[in-house]
Design a protein around this ligand. Structure first.
Ligand code: ATP
Length: 235
């Protein structure tokens, strides 16, 4: 792409039925970056990830991935282009065991991690291989939800609030995992409420308000932007 980005979102608008939710969202993610979307509840962060994944029926504007326009593609085609979403609700099937859950999403491209590579990242999952989804802790469910998108061959991983409801030690582990994934060449787009944690794992932030991106800065500039950020987030 002209700007060297892997993902470029420009003028993105999205609707749920008659409700106009996104009003021209602009941001980009370069290859190998970890970028976080911040903003208050209802700002449109989840809707932005779902739009990139093609899961919002009514959307307009431009979403370029790896140089190609995807705004009119189905979510299936977008997955095959190399984008995966790990949703906020995690989507673990209670009646399936860990291995069945892991191997559920189809492998869409070469380059995905093997099960052994996933177990190396998440040793707990290997120990729980035959356990049903319902028997897993929240942390194990989150690891399973991330692990299974690593199998698919996606290059851009979108994680919606991966730390939500988890214990501090698990949150740290997820932070280390994201750092390793970045080192292995994955590009990661996060939605996160916990901006202190996010500032350790992300290269850059964007702030969303009322369905638009209203600000952006590098993690290195977090301190200088702290007051402004607290005002945006109301913390
Ligand atoms: P949160 O942290 O609460 O998920 P968010 O920034 O991710 O916040 P979205 O989930 O994208 O926000 O929601 C943006 C707006 O869209 C909110 O006003 C929300 O009420 C509305 N919305 C979300 N999902 C739906 C839906 N399925 N139908 C109608 N409106 C929705």
């Amino acid at each position: 792409a002209a700007n060297g980005a892997l993902l470029t979102v420009a003028g993105l608008e999205a609707w749920y039925g008659e409700s106009h939710i996104l009003h021209g969202v602009d941001f980009h993610v370069r290859p190998g970056e970890v970028v976080t979307l911040l903003g208050r509840n209802g700002a449109g962060k989840t809707t932005t990830l779902k739009s990139v994944m093609g899961m919002i029926g009514k959307r307009s504007g431009s979403i370029r991935f790896d140089g190609a326009e995807t705004i009119r593609l189905t979510s299936d085609r977008i997955a095959r282009a190399g984008i995966a979403l790990c949703p906020e609700e995690r989507g673990i099937f209670a009646s399936l065991d860990v291995k069945e859950n892991l191997t559920l999403p189809p492998v869409v491209r070469p380059g995905g991690l093997s099960l052994d590579q996933i177990f190396e990242l998440f040793p707990n999952l290997k120990e729980r291989l035959g356990s049903q989804g319902t028997k897993l802790s929240g942390g194990e469910q989150q690891m399973l939800a991330i692990g299974r998108i690593l199998r698919t061959g996606a290059r851009l991983l979108m994680l919606d609030e991966p730390t939500e409801g988890l214990a501090p030690v698990i949150i740290q582990q997820i932070g280390r995992t994201i750092a390793r994934l970045k080192q292995s060449g994955f590009t990661i787009l996060l939605v996160e409420q916990n901006f202190r944690w996010a500032s350790k794992v992300a290269d850059r932030f964007y702030v969303m308000e009322h369905g638009r991106v209203v600000d952006g800065f590098a993690s290195a500039d977090l301190e200088a932007n702290k007051q402004k950020l607290q005002d945006y987030l109301g913390v």
